[in-house]
Design a binder for this molecule. Structure first.
Ligand SMILES: [Zn+2]
Length: 204
């Protein structure tokens, strides 16, 4: 199962390694960091084989330190938690990591909704305010600002005329439509995640 939207969001917030780490967490529900390193390195080795030793594309193995760094990043954002258990034989603590599904679900929905809201506000602004701009395209201003400026550009002194914002409006409408559709696929990812979440709750 791949969560493209979630991966994009996490990538914006963190980095590629953290995206991989989160995906392993989602898949395994609970896992210790060392085991996670093994899984990620097995993937890398497989990839290496597929590349057939093309030296230009050699991908280095991932270190435990890197994985831990990613886990802390996820933990900081409340997307992953750990439980600490003392190993009876060695006396060292072992960290069992798991994803926090509820927070991950919230993150996907809230990010999408925020993007759509921002675009709607911009569209609303464009539709309500006709903008005035000079031929050089210096900072567009509203009618009242243009009036105060005597319809003269404050940068170059050329005349201000009404800007045709039909293209901007068309672009924004298209973008909103795309995001709405993305939100829907995001919701499908949510269903898949919720299903994983159900399965991760131990049955008594
Ligand atoms: Zn100008």
């Amino acid at each position: 199962m791949s969560f493209s939207q979630l991966n994009n969001i996490i990538l914006k917030l963190t980095d590629k390694t953290t995206v991989k780490v989160l995906n392993v967490l989602l898949e395994h529900k609970e896992i210790i960091d060392e085991e996670m390193v093994n899984i990620l390195n097995e993937e890398i080795e497989q990839l290496q084989e597929d590349l057939n030793g093309d030296e230009e594309k050699i991908i280095s193995r991932i270190a435990l330190k890197e994985v831990r760094k990613s886990l802390y990043k996820l933990n900081e954002r409340s997307l992953a938690r750990y439980r600490r258990v003392r190993d009876k034989e060695t006396g060292y603590f072992v960290y069992y990591w798991s994803p926090i599904f509820e927070r991950i679900l919230d993150l996907i929905v809230s990010r999408r909704k925020l993007s759509i809201k921002k675009l709607r506000q911009r569209l609303d602004y464009e539709q309500r305010n006709l903008l005035y701009v000079c031929a050089e395209g210096h900072t567009p201003v509203t009618f009242s600002d243009a009036f105060e400026l005597g319809f003269i550009c404050s940068t170059c002194g050329e005349e201000l005329s009404q800007k045709d914002n039909e293209n901007t409006i068309k672009f924004l409408k298209q973008k909103i439509k795309e995001l709405d559709e993305e939100l829907k696929t995001g919701l499908e990812e949510l269903d898949d995640l919720a299903e994983l979440m159900e399965k991760s709750i131990p049955k008594k």
